[in-house]
Write a protein that binds this ligand. Structure first.
Ligand code: ZN
Length: 276
């Protein structure tokens, strides 16, 4: 099971980081994987040093760490990572590529499983940061209204799953949470957007939000660690059809199938999620 942190996991880490690190001053930064940074480590450290964490928020799969004065540290955990808080003198994790220490001796480490991003961007340059500037509105945001969702779909011709996974449309849904979202909306992943009825669009809108909120309420996925190294409460059993090939559909009892949809796998109930 390939798992990547998606909106619920990142939202939880952002909330915890915000509570724990706000007001702290950066003392030093260490990094052993330079390709994750957007500038040489010496310059990165020099720029970050002395700046204070003003707030931490999330947008989809990105963490936005607002620094005072006038900078942002943008973090993306890529294909998976542990981003872990540490206390002074606490034993650090065995593996990590990035470490940020505050003047009070606390800090956090990041162990990227593959790669990720830690970018320092001037406040005024934020709209030009290619990887985050085009992110869509996350479904948990107040401005993600049904009207907004309908407007997004209006000119699209692709299959509904590839639409959901495109972070320019909606920030935060990946292959994990897309599975049950489509099941809840009774939609086959390959359904073409122009064929969706008004009723289906309404139920998909509802499904997107309900599905993410259900996991957030449980502390995110159990296969990801939060800022304090605890696992979330959303386990493999909590999926409705996701990763449950061969098991019965929770609605109709039909056997759940794993199918190939473009470059991703999908888990569907062939009765509840018909293509035609
Ligand atoms: Zn079914």
């Amino acid at each position: 099971m390939v798992v990547v942190p998606e909106l619920p996991e990142i939202a939880i880490i952002a909330q915890q980081m915000n509570e724990k690190t706000r007001g702290k001053r950066i003392a030093c930064v260490d990094d052993t994987q330079p390709k994750n940074l957007n500038m040489p480590i010496q310059e990165f450290t020099k720029t970050a040093k002395g700046k204070v964490i003003a707030a931490v928020a999330s947008k989809g799969k990105w963490l936005f760490v607002k620094l005072d004065p006038a900078y942002h540290m943008l973090i993306n955990l890529g294909m998976g990572a542990e981003l872990l808080y540490f206390e002074p003198k606490q034993k650090l994790p065995e593996k990590f590529q990035f470490k940020l220490t505050f003047t009070d001796g606390t800090g956090f480490t990041i162990h990227f499983w593959w790669f990720g991003y830690v970018h320092l961007v001037r406040q005024r340059d934020l709209p030009n940061h290619k990887l985050t500037a085009q992110l869509g509105i996350p479904p948990t945001d107040k401005s993600f209204t049904l009207e907004h969702f309908k407007a997004l779909l209006a000119d699209k011709k692709t299959g509904i799953k590839s639409f959901l996974l495109d972070q320019k449309n909606i920030a935060g849904i990946g292959n994990v949470y897309a599975q049950d979202t489509l099941f809840r909306a009774k939609l086959h992943p390959n359904r073409k957007i122009p064929t969706l009825t008004e009723k289906e669009i309404n139920s998909l809108y509802k499904a997107i939000r309900e599905n993410l909120n259900r996991s957030i309420k449980r502390g995110g996925a159990a296969f990801e660690l939060d800022f304090y190294g605890s696992k979330g409460g959303f386990t493999a059993d909590d999926f409705l059809v996701g990763y449950k090939a061969g098991k019965p559909c929770p609605k109709c009892g039909m056997t759940i199938e794993k199918i190939k949809t473009g470059s991703t796998s999908s888990y569907i109930c062939p009765r509840c999620q018909k293509l035609e």
